[in-house]
Design a protein around this ligand. Structure first.
Ligand code: ZN
Length: 133
C-alpha cells in the first residue's frame, strides 16, 4: 500500500461539520460530492499528502447512519491508496481478509474503491482506493 490516502469521519450534519473542520484544519473544504449508491454526502479537505473525508448519511438505513446510531460521530474508516486495486484485493482475499465488494466500486473523488470487513481487521473498516485512470 502506498500511503494513507484519507481518513473517513462520520458526521451528523455536513452543514455544521464543514465549517468546524475548516477552522480546525485551517484549509477550505475543496469538494463536496454525493455518492448515491452509498447513501452518503462527502466533503473533502487536504492535509499535506493526505485528506480528510467527512461523511453524512443521505437516508435512513445507509451504512453511515447505522454507524452513527451505533457508535456516534467519529472516525469511520482508513483509506489506503494502492497502485493496482484488483491485485491488492486478490492478495488480501487470499490471505483471508473479507472483502465487502467482489469487484472495485466507484467511490467519491474519482476513485475505485473496495472495503474490508472490520471483523477481519481488528475492528477497523479499511478502504482500498486507486485513482481512476
Ligand atoms: Zn473513504
Amino acid at each position: 500500500m502506498l500511503r494513507i490516502e484519507h481518513l473517513g469521519i462520520a458526521v451528523k450534519e455536513l452543514e455544521k461539520s464543514i465549517p468546524l473542520f475548516e477552522q480546525l484544519l485551517n484549509t477550505p473544504c475543496y469538494k463536496t460530492e454525493k455518492v448515491d449508491t452509498e447513501g452518503v454526502n462527502t466533503a473533502f479537505f487536504k492535509t499535506g499528502e493526505s485528506k480528510i473525508e467527512l461523511l453524512e448519511a443521505t437516508k435512513e438505513g445507509s451504512p453511515i447512519q447505522k454507524f452513527i446510531d451505533k457508535k456516534g460521530e467519529g472516525i469511520h474508516h482508513i483509506a489506503f491508496e494502492v497502485e493496482n486495486i484488483e491485485a491488492e484485493m486478490k492478495r488480501l482475499s487470499a490471505l483471508g481478509f473479507e472483502l465487502l465488494n467482489a469487484t472495485p466500486k466507484n467511490g467519491a473523488d474519482n476513485k475505485l474503491v473496495c472495503f474490508l470487513h472490520p471483523k477481519t481487521t481488528n475492528g477497523v473498516l479499511i478502504e482500498l482506493c486507486q485513482e481512476k485512470r
